[in-house]
Design a protein around this ligand. Structure first.
Ligand code: GDP
Length: 460
């Protein structure tokens, strides 16, 4: 995510480190480097200009010259300004006073609208809402089916037009939710809302058609849908990888339908992505969500401050904590904490539970990537084979309950049995037991208030 920008900026800061006072030429050089980094990342020129001007002014002011650590102060300024271009504050979704809340999605074809519809639907559902997806993208023959597939994956019903008129399909979609004749997307959207009202769905997500490039007809259709259904939010979905075209596209959609918020997709790609960063500043509309993969869970609320610190490689501890809260249930966490404080042995059963929770949070790799300093070892992370976890899980599942709770008692013949049961070699089992023993010791030492050699102190 924004890797090259991130690399460039962190390199710039590195060259500042260790400098006591910053001269005007230090500041100028830093600002030049930042400017290059932003331009190379495809951040739009007017945004870059404002950004660097603000950084320069502040870096030359007393704020920095009187600071204890000028270099750090500059990093903070860059962070502040990044937060500013990203929209300052997290903007929550506007919900309707009387249900249903109606959310309309618009954007170019391939921007990730349909995928996002599924992610949003699942997100609402997980919070106890009752979402309905409405397939008002009748442009691409496959779009309705695709939304139905996404709906099924998310476990959310889809209101789709009847396919009778376009040949061969069942009159009723796979989910059995309403039907109507294939044709006018405005009518489909309206009927979808009526359906939601009568069936008491409290959120309606309307997927609309996209084209490969901005065109009048598409924009009019989207505007007509908007006028007809009066959505609480119109989300403009934009692929972060489309480069400089992002700004133009965003402006066209802003004129055409005046969206209320932006969703950045494909942030998992390591392309330059900076153009998408300009969208909030240029349109004055907040970025509300980010999509970071094809899976339904790869979806986040967009927090400008956290994204800025991620770009500056300060990690994103808050997002991690939030995800962990979603994944671990409170009882399990309390039990884990009790055991930990009592310095009781951490067992393989505990470990299995933790692995399951981590899996719930999405991929371990994407989690690790959010931690501070991880940018440095990104290549190793990319090379890491997530299947290793499956192997470990298979080994643990091949252990008896006694073995899981008494790892030290696992002797040679037990090891051979576990290896055979999980399809790994005995040396892989040995390896796991050794590493597990070390982890156990480490946790005990920590619980007793000791510290682990070689571990940097955690802030706060
Ligand atoms: P639509 O035409 O706007 O409805 O776009 P789709 O939802 O069909 O997405 C287009 C392609 O992008 C599909 O192959 C998706 O799987 C993929 N996609 C969508 N969102 C993401 C994302 O956040 N990351 C990645 N890597 N792929 C995505």
């Amino acid at each position: 995510m924004f890797t090259s920008l991130s690399d460039r900026l962190t390199a710039t800061f590195k060259s500042l480190r260790g400098k006591g006072k910053l001269s005007e030429s230090d500041v100028n050089k830093t600002v030049r480097d930042i400017r290059m980094a932003l331009l190379e990342a495809d951040v739009a020129l007017p945004v870059v200009k404002d950004f660097t001007q603000a950084v320069r002014e502040r870096a030359l002011s007393a704020e920095v010259s009187e600071a204890l650590n000028p270099a750090q102060q500059v990093v903070k300024i860059v962070n502040d300004e990044l937060v500013d271009i990203l929209g300052q504050h997290t903007r929550p979704l506007r919900l309707a006073k009387t249900a249903p809340t109606v959310i309309m999605l618009a954007g170019l074809q391939g921007s990730g609208k349909t995928t996002l519809a599924g992610k949003l639907a699942k997100w609402f559902k997980d919070q106890g809402d009752t979402p309905l997806l409405v397939a008002a993208d009748l442009q691409r023959p496959n779009a309705v089916t695709q939304l139905e597939v996404v709906g099924q994956r998310a476990g959310v019903p889809v209101f789709a037009p009847e396919r009778g008129n376009v040949g061969g399909h069942d009159a009723v979609g796979p989910t059995g939710e309403g039907t109507r004749s294939y044709g006018d997307p405005v009518e489909v959207a309206e009927d979808g809302i009526q359906h939601a009202i009568s069936k008491l769905y409290n959120v309606v997500i309307v997927d609309t058609a996209g084209r490969l490039a901005v065109d009048e007809e598409l924009m009019e259709q989207a505007a007509d849908i908007k006028d007809a259904i009066e959505p609480d939010e119109v989300l403009f979905v934009i692929d972060a990888m489309i480069g400089q075209a992002a700004v133009e596209t965003a402006q066209a959609f802003q004129e055409g339908i005046d969206f209320s918020g932006v969703v950045l997709t494909k942030l998992d790609g390591d392309a330059r992505g900076g153009a998408a960063l300009s969208v909030a500043k240029i349109t004055g509309r907040p970025i509300m969500f980010a999509s970071t993969g094809e899976g339904l869970k790869e979806f986040e609320i967009f927090h400008p401050d956290r994204m800025a610190s991620r770009i500056l490689d300060m990690g994103d501890m808050l997002t991690l904590i939030e995800q962990a809260e979603r994944a671990f249930d409170a009882k399990q966490a309390a039990e884990m904490e009790r055991k930990f404080l009592a310095a009781e042995d951490f067992t393989f059963d505990d470990f299995l539970q933790q692995m399951a929770a981590i899996k719930k949070m999405g991929s371990l790799k994407s989690m690790l990537k959010m931690m501070p300093g991880m940018n440095q070892i990104r290549d190793q992370l990319d090379a890491f084979d997530e299947r290793e976890f499956d192997r470990i899980e298979a080994m643990i599942r091949s252990m008896t309950p006694f073995e899981r709770n008494h790892p030290k008692q696992i002797n040679g013949s037990r090891r051979a049995r576990i290896a055979a049961g999980s399809g790994v070699t005995v040396s892989q089992v040995n390896d796991l037991l050794v590493r597990f023993g070390e982890a156990q010791k480490m946790m005990k030492a920590l619980a007793k208030g000791g510290s682990i050699p070689g571990m940097p102190g955690m802030p706060g």
